[in-house]
Write a protein that binds this ligand. Structure first.
Ligand code: ZN
Ligand code: ZN
Length: 386
């Protein structure tokens, strides 16, 4: 299977053992599950399905960021406990993922239950001379990690601008360098706090994923995933702090998904235009949501338009009609075509076109009746046509 690797900046042949360790950055449970989440998690689901089809076992770990700088203000705004907010959002997310027929994660660690590992990691960084503490805030000093920036391939200026946009504080005079980031910080009065050798407080965002990934999957994983807005700073910082402690490669491959907009604008909480999976699946079959998202290549940023929902439902109806009650067959030209399109940097638009083309020729009575082949090919994509 070939996929685009962000660090190498090219499409590469995945060289994987029988057992594949995959970590995908999970939700911060306060605005889930919108279509952007669905597009991301369905991408890794297709990768997992194809790797399993190739004979690998895949151990997926997808965390829950249930304490960070975005969920705490939201809980404060709603006047509820942050864990209560997390609980209801996690339930909704789980139901959405089940409805979308995604392969379950082996483990879904929560940040609030992984604090011990984070503290241990920060202690390791401290003893290696990678940290400093000012006013109770412990920072990572990026000048102690020479390959900082090699994942994102951004200039210092670009990284500084993005850090300011995405949770960093490059102008904070307490930092030695603009790109230094928080490992541990004091909590505000109404925020949760944990005891640590660096004072009572809470973790920074990036250290959470390093600790959860390494606790669950060891020092080196095969594939690390997430939306492309996580490349910098989140994943760049994960690499710096993990590899500074272990001295070995944190993730062998980095696979990122594009962002989803809505009818010409950014889809965001603040604009109030998030398309929620839970609403969408009242309108259309969850299998149609999968089919609709397959029309967009995973690395492209795309706009969602409302009419895509009803179009996808009619496409699904066509597939179901054409498949009839046939049993899946394990081999056939359509199955081969789908496998090779998936192997080609997950070319889902081509997969979708092949499925719909086959359904069309079955309906037209043109060509041999490949009903069983259509069922098998759709099932490779997580779409059950029975
Ligand atoms: Zn993460
Ligand atoms: Zn066939």
């Amino acid at each position: 299977m070939r996929l685009y690797d962000t660090a190498r900046q090219e499409i590469v042949d995945l060289e994987l053992g029988d057992h594949v360790r995959m970590y995908v950055c999970g939700i911060t449970p306060y605005d889930s599950t919108h279509l952007g989440h669905a597009a991301t998690y369905l991408t890794y689901d297709l990768i997992i399905r194809r790797l399993e089809d190739l004979g690998h076992t895949v151990e997926l770990v997808r965390n829950v960021t249930d304490v960070d700088d975005s969920i705490l203000p939201k809980a404060r705004e709603l006047g509820i406990d942050f864990l209560q907010l997390a609980e209801s959002e996690i339930n909704r997310f789980t139901q959405d993922m089940e409805a979308l027929n995604t392969r379950p994660a082996a483990l879904e660690p929560r940040a609030t239950e992984s604090i011990v590992g984070m503290i241990e990691l920060i202690r390791g960084l401290e003893s290696g001379g990678h940290t400093y503490t000012v006013d109770g805030v412990t920072y990572f000093d990026v000048t102690t990690f020479v390959s900082f920036g090699e994942l994102s391939h951004l200039t210092n200026e670009e990284m500084t601008a993005l850090a300011a946009e995405r949770g960093g504080s490059p102008d904070d005079p307490r930092q030695r360098n603009a790109l230094d980031f928080v490992l541990w910080q004091p909590s505000a009065d109404d925020e949760p706090r944990w005891d640590s050798p660096f004072g009572a407080g809470r973790p920074g965002w990036h250290i959470e994923c390093s600790a959860m990934s390494m606790d669950a999957l060891g020092t080196t994983i095969d594939i690390h995933g997430g939306g492309e807005d996580l490349i910098f700073p989140h994943h760049e910082c994960e690499i710096a702090q993990s590899e500074s402690v272990t001295g070995v490669t944190f993730s062998r491959y980095w696979v990122h998904t594009g962002l989803v907009g809505y009818q010409g604008t950014k889809m965001s909480k603040s604009l109030g235009n998030l398309v929620f999976v839970s609403d969408l699946r009242q309108e259309i079959d969850p299998r149609a949501i999968r089919l609709a998202l397959m029309a967009h290549h995973y690395r492209s940023n795309f706009e969602w338009f409302d009419e895509e929902a009803s179009d996808a439902q009619s496409d699904l109806d066509r597939l179901v009609r054409a498949a009839g009650k046939a049993d899946p067959v394990s081999h056939g030209p359509l199955v081969d075509e789908v496998r090779s399109a998936l192997d080609d940097d997950l070319d889902t638009p081509r997969v979708r076109a092949a499925l719909l083309g086959a359904a069309q020729s079955i309906e037209d009575g043109a060509g041999p009746p490949h009903r069983g082949c259509l069922v098998a090919a759709a099932s490779l994509c997580g779409i059950d046509l029975h």
